[in-house]
Write a protein that binds this ligand. Structure first.
Ligand code: NAD
Ligand code: AKB
Length: 316
C-alpha cells in the first residue's frame, strides 16, 4: 500500500493533486502538508499537518513516522516572485529540493516527484518546438534553480537509486486555487477579471506565445508518470511537457467569442523579459513515447471550462 506525502499541498497544483490522489489511494494514505493552514474542505477529506520542507529533521521524522513511500514536493518560489528576491528564492528552492532528496536517501520513501518548468530554457534555446535535449542557459533565478534541480535529481537517481521523476510543466491554468506568482499567471487572472470586470490589463504583450496546460491534464499525466514502470523511463532529469501554445491575444479572442463585450489592454511589466526568454512551443515526443503523455484540452475546450467554472465560483 502506498503512503503519499504532499509538500506544498495548498498551492495551485497541490490543492488539486491531493484530491486526485485521495480518490485513487484512499483519503487516509495521502498526507497533505504545507506551511499555512488549509480550508475546511481539505482538512475534512484526510490528514493534514503543518510541515516546513526547509526543516530537515522534522521532514525526515514525518516520513519515517508515517511510513511514507512516496513524496510529491511542490514547495517553491515561482518565476515572478523569485526575481523580486533572487538570493532568498535560490535558497528556498534548492533547500526544499535537497532536503527531500536527502530524506529519500535516508528513509524508506524512495520515490520522489519534483516539478521542473519550461523556465529551464533561456534566450539561446530554440524558441519553437523546443527539443528535449538542447541549449539550456536560463537567465532567471527560478530557471537556474529548476535546471540545477533537474541535475541533482538525476544525480541522486544514478548515485543512490532514488526513484526521481519530473516534468517541465508549462504554465498551468486552473480555477480552484490562485497561481503563486509566476509569469504565466495572466492566463488564469484573465478569466477571473473577464467575469468580474469584463476587462483585463495583461502584464505580457499581445504577441507573447507561451506553452500552457489545463490543470486536469497536468494532474492526470503527473500521476501517470509516477505510476508507470520505472524501466520505461529513459530520462531521470525532467520530461518536456508541451500542452498548448497561445498568445494573450489568441486567448482574449477566444474569450471574446463567448463574451463579445470583453476588453483586453496590454501593459507589459518585468515579467515580459522572463516570458521572452522562454520557449513559445515545446516538443514533448520523448514523454509521449516513454510513458504515454497525452493531452485532452485544446484552447477552445479550456476556455469553455474555465469560463463556466469561474462564473460558477464567483457568482454561485
Ligand atoms: P504555489 O506557489 O501555488 O504553491 C506552493 C505551495 O508551497 C504553497 O501552498 C506554499 O504555502 C507552499 N510552501 C512554500 N514554502 C514552503 C515550505 N517551506 N514548506 C512547505 N510548503 C511550502 O505553486 P504551484 O503553482 O502549485 O507549483 C508547485 C510546483 O510546480 C513548484 O515547484 C513550481 O515551480 C512548479 N511549477 C508550477 C507551474 C505552474 O504553472 N503552476 C509551472 C511549472 C512548474
Ligand atoms: C511560472 O510562470 O513561474 C510558472 C512556470 C511556468 O514555471 N507558471
Amino acid at each position: 500500500m502506498e503512503r503519499i506525502l504532499i509538500i506544498g499541498s495548498l498551492g495551485q497544483i497541490g490543492s488539486e493533486l491531493v484530491v486526485a490522489l485521495r480518490k485513487k489511494y484512499g483519503n487516509e494514505n495521502v498526507f497533505a502538508t504545507d506551511i499555512k493552514n488549509p480550508g475546511k474542505e481539505l482538512r475534512k477529506s484526510g490528514p493534514f499537518q503543518i510541515l516546513d520542507v526547509l526543516d530537515f529533521k522534522n521532514l525526515l521524522h514525518f516520513i519515517i513516522r508515517h511510513h511514507i513511500t512516496q513524496v510529491y514536493n511542490l514547495a517553491a518560489v515561482l518565476s515572478g516572485n523569485a526575481e523580486k528576491m533572487p538570493l532568498q528564492a535560490w535558497d528556498i528552492n534548492m533547500k526544499a529540493l535537497m532536503n527531500t532528496l536527502e530524506a529519500a536517501r535516508q528513509s524508506q520513501a524512495k520515490k520522489l516527484f519534483w516539478p521542473s518548468s519550461i523556465a529551464v530554457f533561456g534566450p539561446t534555446t530554440p524558441r519553437h518546438n523546443t527539443p528535449q535535449l538542447t541549449v539550456m542557459e536560463p537567465n532567471t533565478v527560478y530557471g537556474i534553480s529548476k535546471l540545477a534541480g533537474e541535475r541533482w535529481g538525476e544525480y541522486y537517481n544514478k548515485r543512490y537509486g532514488i526513484d526521481f521523476r519530473s516534468v517541465r510543466y508549462p504554465g498551468l491554468i486552473s480555477y480552484k486555487t490562485e497561481p503563486g506568482g509566476g509569469t504565466t499567471d495572466y492566463a488564469v487572472e484573465i478569466f477571473f477579471e473577464a467575469v468580474t470586470k469584463g476587462s483585463y490589463e495583461c502584464f505580457l504583450s499581445a504577441k507573447t506565445a507561451l506553452p500552457m496546460m489545463f490543470m486536469e491534464d497536468a494532474i492526470r499525466n503527473t500521476i501517470k508518470l509516477m505510476e508507470v514502470d520505472g524501466n520505461r523511463l529513459s530520462l531521470r532529469s525532467a520530461y518536456n511537457m508541451a500542452g498548448i501554445s497561445f498568445t494573450p491575444k489568441e486567448l482574449a479572442d477566444s474569450i471574446q467569442k463567448r463574451m463579445p463585450e470583453f476588453k483586453i489592454s496590454y501593459k507589459p511589466d518585468f515579467r515580459q523579459a522572463i516570458a521572452d526568454s522562454w520557449p513559445a512551443s515545446i516538443d514533448d515526443s520523448v514523454a509521449r513515447n516513454d510513458w504515454g503523455l497525452n493531452i485532452k484540452f485544446d484552447l477552445e475546450k479550456l476556455v469553455d471550462v474555465m469560463l463556466e467554472k469561474v462564473t460558477k465560483k464567483l457568482k454561485g
